[in-house]
Design a protein around this ligand. Structure first.
Ligand code: SF4
Length: 691
């Protein structure tokens, strides 16, 4: 990869050496712009997937037209490419502004050859960023993206049913295409009848890199099912984009790879928003059963005869009376308690003479019978509650090693759940990331990266870990931490509440533009608000507050203060364009609510990571929420503003080391509200050129 500098006006090119002598064109005096030529293997022949035309990578067929380098992006590409070429998993923490979506594409595409690229995302907004970058490339590889089948189905009548019933109904409607009398899916029938036309249209969607919604609309206009049509042309497609399920849910991934005609060793992976990955994987290995499901399963037994009916009813009553109803009493005033799976197993033996595992099998078998009967009767709903109960009991009693914890829980609606929760999702993430041809795992925030590496991968070997600094100019930001305030429980006195109030009032006076103040909880927010006097218009986050309303208020006037919570809808995943927020204040450290599960997670990580359980399970997620909130100020290179962390604990070495590296370098401490106010005033004077 090389970097060159080009004159915007006369297009004359300069080497980096020439640029270091003068930043202006020697020909016409115009400011020079950086361009990069991506090629980690300069003389290698690369075949463009769609055209089949061969060229050297140095001719750079992938860069977008008019590409302008972003600060940090070249480094990102170099590091990711190095990792891919040396068969290492690349784990990159790249803050907002580096352009990591394009960077990751420019790392993989020159190496792609006949392999495939699977891009995995968590939120739809990230999908759209990738699609935009792919469309802008000089070469547009055939690309398909999927939401779930139900989301892409044009038969909207099916949208209200469970996903299981939807799939069953879809399968039935497809099978009925062979029959002249039964109801069938006309969108699927047309795929069979007009195969060539459907394939042409699907390939056209792939060529145009349409998002799933647009592809579904276009295919439906011609009476075709987009999901099935796109799946049929997958073998010709180079790039697939889908949610984490398409990558980390084994049956879904295997079905995708089969349609794609490759195995995982021929697939490069880009996993974005990877800070979600540990939780996603743990959730996939967890299971939950509510009392409502047991009640529905009991009602189901009234309608379907079977040789094991009385046994099934006995097991369900046992669960309902002995476990769920007792759990209510057992929980008392707390909402979460441990439950020994052996106790459940013994109860089955004692009451029914059958082991819990056998009971699970019988419930499962009865559930299969119910499904078959429902199908025979032509019911729209094929789902069986007994099948679900059997599946859960099997999971609950079989997932019993150190990696799991068994719980009874009461939710907000006073309903009881039985749960088996995973403490370790690496059995899902590690094999996929290692078996793939190459993996780029990235996020705007993986701090500290080593913790995320350990939570995603089983060993440190063959991992290329990189943390990048924010590409935005450091002079555009001021990061302050207050030394004399803390949200530690024993310090939450009236005096502390007043001090927080004083800080917020002072910042409110000194700051230019809208500000956001984010707390650890709604409770703390409402208490502190009562101590604040400000001439700014207050916008207070409530459960029903809509993002669009808040954006409108912030745009209408620049003298607002938005109050919300860390981890809430205004402090994460929300962009404030055009410098709409010029200051974020965070009050306290947003630790997860202390619970038995949290304790079990800490103990397990203590055991796995040599006594660092608290850091892995408790501190790191809190720092994530804190930095996410702080990150709302600087969304582009021109955004200017202040970040004030009102908790002295971030200045302590054990917590400071968990902050992003540029926070550690730039963060200044203040001793009182007055000093904080002075620093902010000085910052804005400097921005206005007054000092
Ligand atoms: S085949 Fe397609 S259109 Fe028909 S029911 Fe299934 S998903 Fe919907």
């Amino acid at each position: 990869m090389t970097r060159i500098y080009v004159c915007r006006k006369c297009k004359k090119k300069y080497s980096p050496e020439a640029y270091s002598q003068s930043r202006f064109c020697l020909n016409c005096g115009t400011y020079l712009t950086a361009r990069i030529v991506v090629s980690s293997r300069p003389h290698r022949r690369v075949k463009a997937p769609e055209t089949g035309v061969e060229s050297t990578a140095s001719e750079n067929q992938w860069l977008p037209r008019g590409y302008e380098e972003r600060k940090g992006q070249v480094k990102f590409i170099e590091e990711a490419t190095k990792a891919l070429e040396s068969d290492k998993v690349f784990l990159g923490s790249a803050p907002c502004g580096i352009g990591k979506s394009l960077g990751s594409l420019l790392s993989v595409l020159p190496l792609l050859e006949e392999n495939k690229l699977l891009i995995s995302f968590r939120t739809r907004s990230q999908l759209h960023i990738f699609l935009k970058e792919l469309k802008a490339l000089k070469q547009n590889p055939l690309t398909v993206s999927f939401f779930s089948k139900q989301d892409m189905c044009p038969l909207r009548v099916k949208s209200g049913v469970s996903y299981f019933d939807f799939l069953e109904e879809c399968r039935r409607l497809k099978e009925n295409c062979e029959s002249a009398t039964k109801p069938y899916c006309r969108f699927y029938w047309n795929l069979i009848r007009r195969k060539r036309k459907a394939d042409e249209l699907a390939l056209d969607c792939a060529r145009k890199i349409l998002d799933p919604k647009e592809a579904s609309r276009r295919m439906a206009m011609q009476s075709f099912c987009a999901y099935e049509a796109l799946k049929r042309v997958l073998s010709k497609v180079n790039i697939f984009l889908g949610t984490y399920n398409y990558t980390f849910n084994k049956p879904v991934r295997e079905a995708l790879l089969q349609s794609w005609g490759v195995d995982l060793s021929k697939v490069y992976l880009i996993v974005d928003e990877a800070h979600n990955l540990p939780t996603f994987a743990r959730e996939r290995l967890s299971d939950k059963l509510t009392q409502t499901t047991i009640e529905s399963a009991l009602r189901e037994t009234e309608n379907f005869e079977h040789k094991n009916l009385s046994a099934v009813q006995e097991y369900l009553s046992l669960l309902d009376n002995q476990i769920f109803q007792r759990a209510q009493k057992r929980l008392g005033k707390v909402n979460l308690k441990l439950l020994d799976p052996q106790e459940v197993s013994d109860l089955f033996l004692e009451v029914s003479g059958t082991s819990g595992i056998q009971a699970a099998e019988i419930l499962h078998e009865y559930g299969e019978h119910v499904r078959e009967k429902r199908q025979e009767l032509g019911n729209e709903k094929i789902f069986s509650y007994n099948h679900r109960v059997g599946e859960f009991i099997g999971n609950f009693l079989q997932r019993i090693d150190k990696k799991y914890v068994h719980l009874i829980q009461r939710d907000w609606g006073d309903r009881i759940h039985l749960e088996v929760r995973s403490l370790d999702g690496r059995e899902i993430t590690d094999p996929v990331l290692r078996e793939a041809r190459g993996s780029i795992v990235m996020s705007g925030f993986l701090s500290p990266p080593k913790v995320y590496r350990d939570l995603i991968l089983r060993s440190k070997a063959d991992v290329h870990l990189r943390e990048f600094d924010s590409p935005f100019p450091p002079e555009n930001r001021l990061i302050l931490a207050a030394r004399d305030v803390s949200s530690r429980f024993e310090k939450r006195t009236d005096k502390m509440l007043q001090k927080w109030g004083k800080y917020i009032e002072g910042i409110s006076e000194a700051n230019a533009g809208n500000m956001g103040v984010f707390f650890t909880s709604y409770n703390l927010m409402n208490t502190v608000i009562s101590h604040i006097e400000t001439d700014r218009k207050m916008i207070v986050e409530e459960r029903k507050t809509r993002r669009s309303d808040v954006m409108e208020k912030l745009t209408r006037s620049r003298h607002n203060v938005l109050f919300g919570v860390m981890g809430g809808k205004f402090s994460e995943g929300m962009d404030y364009p055009d410098n709409l927020l010029t200051c974020v204040v965070t009050v306290g450290l947003p630790y997860a609510t202390w619970s038995i599960y949290q304790k079990a997670l800490i103990n397990y990580y203590d055991y796995q990571f040599h006594g660092r359980g608290r850091m892995y399970a408790y501190l790191t997620p809190a720092i994530f929420r804190l930095i996410q909130a702080c990150g709302r100020v600087h969304r582009s290179a021109t955004d200017k503003g202040c970040i004030v962390i009102l908790d002295e604990r971030v200045t302590r070495p054990n917590i400071k080391q968990l902050l992003p590296s540029y926070y550690q370098k730039e963060m200044k401490t203040v001793k009182n509200p007055k000093e904080c106010n002075e620093n902010i005033t000085k910052f804005w004077h400097k921005q206005r050129g007054l000092i």
